[in-house]
Design a binder for this molecule. Structure first.
Ligand code: WQD
Length: 364
């Protein structure tokens, strides 16, 4: 089993991926600045995995800090080398991810997402750690020309968040010595093993209800907002438009259970470690579209709670339909989603019901 560095490992997708990696026997070093996450999530991992203090001291080491801090990154890599257990691979989640926020703070997004990734790559290269799984996003496709969206679709980000993800993808292609616009699986001429995973809409929670999505402030995204209405933290959901060219007039998205997404990261890591230097680019989605009204109904069924909503104007920057073509992830990794909207709502509600205020108020 390997020693892995997980940047942003306390976050929504990072914490769920840590569960899967720990269950697979890996030893993790987590770097997180807790700007949009909580150390409580990492404590909860110990209970999910039944890790005692002695086990977690060696299997789940936590470093509080920022991925842009080169001295801290150096210290983490050097400490592992001194322990004769060098870091073999990195899964890079740390970054900012709110579309609307990125419009108001483009330089902040380019600093954290792009400069932070560059700093990480520099330190990895210096320590001869050349295996990386990168948290990319379907947001870089912008308005899709064709749906379902294949990996070969044009990269056309329409906000600074998507642009920052596209920029890191280009940086990774250069580091791998690959032409930027060729295929989903390219041989690397520099010895790097890189997977660029383009998430669609990550939602849901670990079935234990111990960890889940806990956005700061008012949720921008549909699923956490619906969940907070159901638990009574929010009054009425605003549905952004009912005049879209879709079955019921509301926006359609590809919602992927966060546990499916976490398992996809493990499969991608296994594929990189098990084969030669390469640049792999894959959509991680279900291939199934669900409308806003379908999500509301499914969540009401799972929770037994009403989710009152009001139809309002379309949100600027929204597309009508965004759904993945997930066939290449299955071809390359043997991975596909195994959970649908009902499991998403069941597990998302279990988390919200057990944690009405998320991790707030808990002390790590
Ligand atoms: C989904 C649908 C809205 C909120 C996000 C971001 C980014 C990315 C995942 C990682 C749309 C509608 C939403 C609300 C609503 N993550 N909606 N009322 O727009 O696909 O964008 O995708 O990269 O977080 O790019 O997700 O959840 O914001 O919206 O009616 O209060 O729900 O119009 O149709 P989206 P979303």
């Amino acid at each position: 089993m390997a020693r892995l560095l997980i940047t942003g490992g306390a976050g929504f997708i990072g914490s769920h991926t840590c569960v899967v990696l720990l269950e697979a026997g890996h030893n993790l070093l987590v770097l997180d600045n807790f700007s949009n996450s909580s150390p409580v999530a990492l404590e909860r991992l110990k209970s999910i995995l039944n890790l005692n203090d002695r086990d977690s001291a060696s299997r789940l080491q936590v470093f509080q800090g920022d991925v842009r801090d080169i001295d801290l990154l150096e210290k983490i890599f050097e400490k592992s080398e001194l322990q004769s257990s060098p870091i073999e691979a990195v899964i890079h989640f740390a970054g900012l991810k709110a579309v609307e926020e990125s419009v108001h703070d483009p330089l902040g997004y380019w600093d954290v997402n792009v400069s932070g990734s560059r700093t990480l790559l520099e330190v990895m290269d210096k320590h001869d750690c050349k295996t990386l799984v990168f948290s990319s996003s379907a947001t870089l496709y912008g308005y899709p020309d064709i749906v379902p969206i294949p990996e070969s679709a044009p990269i056309n980000p329409i906000n600074p968040y998507g642009a920052s993800k596209a920029a890191v993808e280009m940086m990774l292609a250069d580091v791998a010595g690959c032409l930027k616009d060729r295929g989903i699986k390219q041989a690397s001429t520099t010895g790097w093993r890189i997977a660029r995973l383009r998430y669609f809409n990550p939602v849901g929670a670990h079935p234990s209800g111990c960890i889940g999505e806990d956005p700061n402030g008012v949720p921008n995204n549909l699923f956490p907002y619906v969940s907070q209405v159901a638990i009574g933290r929010r009054g009425t959901l605003q549905v952004f438009g009912s005049d879209w060219p879709t079955s019921d007039g509301t926006g359609i998205r590809d919602y992927i259970h966060v546990m499916d997404l976490a398992e996809g990261h493990k499969c991608a890591l296994d594929a990189l470690v098990g084969s030669g230097p390469q640049l792999l680019t894959l959509n991680l989605g279900s291939g199934v579209g669900s409308s806003v009204l379908e999500v509301i109904r499914a969540f009401e069924t799972a929770s037994g709670r009403e989710v009152p909503y009001k139809i309002v104007e379309r949100r600027p920057g929204d597309a009508a339909i965004t759904v993945a073509d997930p066939t290449l992830a299955y071809k390359c990794l043997g991975w596909r989603t195994r959970r649908g909207l009902n499991e998403i709502c069941r597990d998302g509600w279990a988390w919200q019901f057990a944690n009405p205020n998320g991790y707030k108020g808990e002390v790590a």
